[in-house]
Design a protein around this ligand. Structure first.
Ligand SMILES: Cc1cc2nc3c(=O)[nH]c(=O)nc-3n(C[C@H](O)[C@H](O)[C@H](O)COP(=O)(O)OP(=O)(O)OC[C@H]3O[C@@H](n4cnc5c(N)ncnc54)[C@H](O)[C@@H]3O)c2cc1C
Length: 363
């Protein structure tokens, strides 16, 4: 059986390896627009690749569909699979990294597996369309045509277009009549209406509350970094994920408590808890250290968003991630309307979705 996988990123390469390992007679081809495979994996986890998370998955994804997939192939299964590739785990709490603390190890070991298993790889091949002809798929790239018995689209979402993921395949699916859930950047810094220029570059430890219509809908403690026109830091990236899940973005505020454990903090003592610059900003603007409120304006764009929210609507696929309209066509990873919070959840979904397709196609 000839299987084509469009996109040699996290989910596509994982699928190719797992499929070929269990089904050596399959002819497996990866088609990638970049000059190298797995370019995005190299930048994950600040170059350390946080590839799994052993913690509770409750509310970590925008849709329970992801949790269901991860019941069948969980963090331990992912860790085991990577261990067999030569990527051994190390743990920071629930976060899982390669023991080398270097994403290059993941890329090197996956490349080694590809060579060892004889998986075909075509790079510099940007796919521009596909067609189902009788029982086969004709895939058109800018330079070539490929024919497969089964086709898997693993081309990611829209974030980090500079690494090849600009959503072209999602646009192709749209053209083919698939329902696409509107995309937006997520796991990204947030622009706010208030002026933050004076404290740009300052970091604060904070309890961060996401509020809508003055009601707290999510809270997390963490470090916030002020930018020229907004807020950043892991906790803010998680807040962006929660904002994306709201039905509307009206009256959305991000409220910081910069000294949550010190309830009797008087104004004269602000500089004991935050840097002199931030204390000056609070005092100069008559702001409360326990209630520093910012109004949501917009997300920063795809160039710096780790993930995209939205994508191929889940109602278009079966539980095996096969297209309901076109039999023999499958989807994995971020191309689907699934996104998770920071902490390894997005790569875990990429791998669990790939495993699901592996089971549907072979052993
Ligand atoms: C800076 C950054 C840090 C991150 N850190 C983490 C982390 O630590 N942990 C975590 O879980 N997640 C992290 N993520 C998210 C994670 O990397 C993605 O969710 C995951 O890689 C998605 O896997 P995928 O297989 O769906 O797509 P990708 O890995 O994005 O791969 C898609 C591939 O398809 C190719 N492609 C696209 N269009 C075409 C086309 N038309 N023709 C041919 N090829 C095409 C692309 O070039 C790309 O190689 C991070 C993301 C970024 C940007």
């Amino acid at each position: 059986m000839k299987i084509g996988i469009v996109g040699a990123g996290a989910s596509g390469v994982f699928l190719a390896i797992r499929l070929k390992e269990r089904n050596p007679s399959f002819d497996v081809t990866l088609i990638e627009r970049n000059d190298k495979i797995l370019k995005k994996v190299l930048v994950t986890g600040n170059g350390r690749c946080n590839y799994a998370n052993t913690g509770d998955l409750k509310d970590k994804y925008n849709d329970k569909f992801a949790n269901k997939l991860l019941e069948d192939f969980n963090a331990n299964d992912i860790i085991k699979a990577f261990d067999s590739f030569g990527v051994h785990p190390t743990y920071t709490g629930e976060l899982v990294f390669p023991v080398s603390l270097n994403a290059q190890t993941v890329v090197l070991m996956m490349n080694r597996k590809i060579t060892e298993l004889g998986i075909k790889v075509f790079t510099n091949e940007k796919v521009i369309d596909y067609q189902k002809k009788n029982d086969q798929f004709v895939v058109k790239s800018e330079n070539n045509e490929f024919i497969f018995d089964k086709l898997v689209l693993s081309s990611g979402g829209k974030s980090y277009p500079q690494l090849g993921t600009d959503g072209t395949v999602i646009d192709i699916l749209n053209k083919h009549g698939y329902k696409i859930k509107e995309l937006s950047p997520t796991l990204c810094p947030i622009k706010v209406k208030e002026n933050t220029k004076k404290i740009s570059g300052q970091r604060v430890k904070s309890r961060v509350s996401l509020c809508q219509n003055n009601k707290i809908i999510y809270q997390e403690d963490g470090e916030v970094l002020f930018k020229d026109d907004g807020l950043s830091g892991i906790v803010i990236l998680n807040i962006s994920s929660k904002i994306n899940r709201l039905n509307n973005r009206n009256n959305v505020q991000i409220v910081l408590d910069l000294a949550p454990s010190y309830t009797k903090t008087g104004k004269e003592r602000y500089d004991e808890y935050v840097s002199p610059k931030v204390a000056e900003y609070l005092l100069g603007n008559n702001l409360d250290i326990h209630h520093l409120a910012f109004t949501f304006k917009a997300f920063y764009d795809y160039q710096i968003a780790e993930v995209s929210h939205g994508g191929l609507a889940l109602e278009e696929v079966t539980d095996s991630l096969e297209s309901k309209k076109e039999k023999g066509l499958y989807f994995t990873g971020e191309l689907l309307d699934v996104d998770g919070m920071c902490g390894g959840y997005n790569l875990m979904f990429a791998f669990a979705s790939a495993e699901k397709v592996k089971k549907a196609l072979g052993e």
